[in-house]
Design a protein around this ligand. Structure first.
Ligand code: TYD
Length: 215
């Protein structure tokens, strides 16, 4: 685990774009903070950010997406508008100056939630992805995967749910399938983390995936 983990090589990590995905309740945040702290201790600039969000404009759009009623096309366009601003203002400049960007959710979430969960046309999502990202893709994605029933129990113990968190098991089953379908196409980019185990076992899986890349 963290103590036995080899020291990260800042030269290999600089300018890497790493995203964290999974259904709500998968327990991503603590784990990502642990990795960020280790890399900062090794002298790297680590930018922790999230989607939708990460800039003042994108955070305003996040508020709308999470709390206002709207149709799925509107929701999808707002998510991509937020992404565009976030990429231009935060992600691309950070990568260009050699920071590691650790981003909670990115376009895989759009394919999973709007595509899988809401049934939105995947071909249209691919077009929007192309326009908005201009080829930018994560170097590595951690997929925190767990059964929707377990995630629901974890969420029940947390704060008041937003529009997504209040969806039912069938929705999260479809979101999980959306992630699986999306990641089938790019297995080399994705590290699947079994998020049903203890926090220590989850940390060990993350460290193993990083060590496998020499990071
Ligand atoms: P989340 O990132 O889980 O934040 P928190 O843990 O603070 O609630 O919440 C963002 C929600 O937005 C999450 O339910 C997934 C959803 N979402 C989409 O539907 N599409 C997207 O493209 C993204 C990035 C997120």
């Amino acid at each position: 685990m963290s103590q036995s983990c080899a020291a990260p090589d800042p030269a290999l990590l600089a300018g890497r774009f790493i995203t964290i995905e999974g259904i709500d309740g998968a327990g991503k945040s603590t784990q990502v903070e642990r990795v960020a702290a280790r890399w900062r201790a090794a002298g790297l600039e680590v930018v922790r950010t999230r989607e939708p969000g990460g800039t003042p404009l994108a955070e305003s759009l996040r508020e709308l997406v999470l709390h206002r009623t709207m149709d799925t096309l509107t929701e999808t366009l707002l998510v991509f508008a937020a992404r565009r601003d976030h990429l231009r203002e935060v992600v691309e400049p950070a990568l260009a100056r050699g920071a590691v960007v650790l981003c909670d959710r990115f376009t895989d979430a759009t394919f999973a939630y709007q595509g899988g969960g809401r049934g939105f046309d995947l071909a249209v999502l691919a077009q929007l992805e192309h326009w908005v990202q201009q080829g930018r893709q994560p170097d590595l994605t951690f997929w925190f995967d767990l059964a929707p029933e377990i995630a629901a129990r974890r969420r029940a113990a947390a704060r008041a749910p937003d529009r997504f968190e209040s969806e039912d098991i069938a929705f999260f089953t479809a979101v999980r399938q959306g992630y699986a379908l999306r990641f089938d196409a790019t297995p080399q980019r994705v590290a699947r983390i079994d998020a049903e185990c203890t926090p220590e076992a989850v940390a060990a899986q993350i460290d193993a995936a990083l060590e496998a890349r020499g990071w």
